[in-house]
Design a protein. Sequence first.
Length: 119
Amino acid sequence: MVIFDANAILRYILEDNIEMANTVDNIINNNDCFIPTEVIAEIVYVLSGVYKIPRETIKKAVAGLLDLGHITTSNHVVTMIGLQMYATTKLDFVDCLLIGYQKAGYKVFSFDKALNKHL
């Protein structure tokens, strides 16, 4: 199993370095791959904060990546809910993941007023 860091996945999504993007594509197509939730959070942060990519576009790119057959993550359902919440709210991605955990049956406690409006 291959575990990716954020930099590799960013090259793949952004295709700003075709050689690196193709290398990642080759690895994805020929291996079982894992992207930790922490790495997904970093990817979302960089795409939004550095590249100023709209939330809906980020959701589509990351969700599309996670829907590829050879890629798994820590908790697919929670991550997908988090991505949907991220695209439709102004919450940061980690808060959106917490909402995903709540929808998956966990109890979430927070003093964050904006987050609590969605919990």
